[in-house]
Design a protein around this ligand. Structure first.
Ligand code: TMP
Ligand code: MG
Length: 269
């Protein structure tokens, strides 16, 4: 126990909750013994790799970053800001995933349709990210640098907007070759105007299917049985569930401790 808290002093903080501390310790020791060559990291993006808030203000999600006059008009801004309506549902511990699912599809579909109507231009995305207050979490540089040094694949599974997500990590200088992104990507026409979103819609509660089909195709993940899974939503622990791997689930959350502690091994709040 002492050795453990010396090695990872953060885990001794009172803001860190664990249902079964001794089992988590054993798992981490086993993962350490197996080494970097056995590890893969799967992470959510918005509010997991990015901060939830900064100086009392919410940090924008990848969707929120698109709310910029370079990309959408005032009327669209009014219609597209549905976070306050739907995010409480997404993270509501009292509703089942089955109850939430149709509402999540409704949210994402409405927003993507509104964005397509705006004829967003690809060449304006980088500026919108620059002008936004997007912010990765404290310590992100060390996290990304260490993983790339050790050649540990980092899979970012995000129900956000892939093109914006890429630009956020590019502008933070951490879009390394070990980083793989599975997200909702925009489909632009030949003139660089948004005409659709590519592939099947990814929302918070269907990440599991997306994770499975994409992970199966990634050679980098073969022979890496240990998974560190990071998320902020109760939909997130599903990512690695059927991948037949040992997982340690770490989560950032302000409240709803009880349900989170039943879903994740480590909860940081
Ligand atoms: P994530 O999977 O990387 O966390 O990204 C999904 C988040 O995006 C999810 O928590 C809700 C948020 N979101 C918005 O902020 N605005 C939107 O319009 C939509 C559809 C989702
Ligand atoms: Mg998230």
């Amino acid at each position: 126990m002492k050795l453990f808290s010396v090695q990872i002093p953060e885990l001794a903080k009172c803001s860190v909750l664990m249902r079964e501390r001794s089992r988590v310790e054993e798992t981490i020791h086993a993962m350490q013994r197996a080494g970097a060559g056995s590890l893969q990291v799967i992470s959510d993006f918005d509010m997991t790799l990015t901060r939830f808030a900064h100086n009392g203000k919410r940090v924008p999600t990848t969707h929120n970053i698109l709310d910029n006059r370079l990309l959408i008009d005032e009327d669209c801004t009014k219609k597209v800001n549905l976070l306050n309506t739907y995010y409480p549902i997404e993270i509501d511990a009292c509703r089942t995933a089955e109850e939430k699912l149709p509402l999540m599809v409704e949210w994402w579909t409405k927003v993507h349709e509104l964005l397509i109507q705006q004829r967003i231009r690809k060449d304006m995305l980088a500026r919108a990210v620059e002008e936004s207050s997007a912010m990765l979490r404290d310590g992100y540089k060390l996290f990304f640098d260490r993983l790339t040094e050790q050649q540990v694949p980092l899979l970012i599974f995000s129900a956000g907007v892939g093109d914006v997500l890429e630009e956020v990590i590019r502008q933070n200088h951490v879009f390394y070759p070990n980083v793989h992104i599975i997200s909702n990507y925009m489909d632009f026409d030949q003139t660089g105007v948004l005409r659709a979103f590519k592939g099947q819609l990814i929302h918070t509660f269907n990440k599991r299917e997306g994770a499975l089909s994409h992970a199966a195709g990634l050679r980098e993940l073969q022979g890496r049985p240990n998974v560190l899974l990071l998320g902020d939503s109760l939909g997130d622990p599903d990512h690695g569930e059927e991948m037949n791997v040992e997982e340690t689930r770490i989560l950032k959350v302000e409240e709803r401790k009880e349900s989170y502690i039943n879903s994740f091994d480590i909860v940081c709040w």
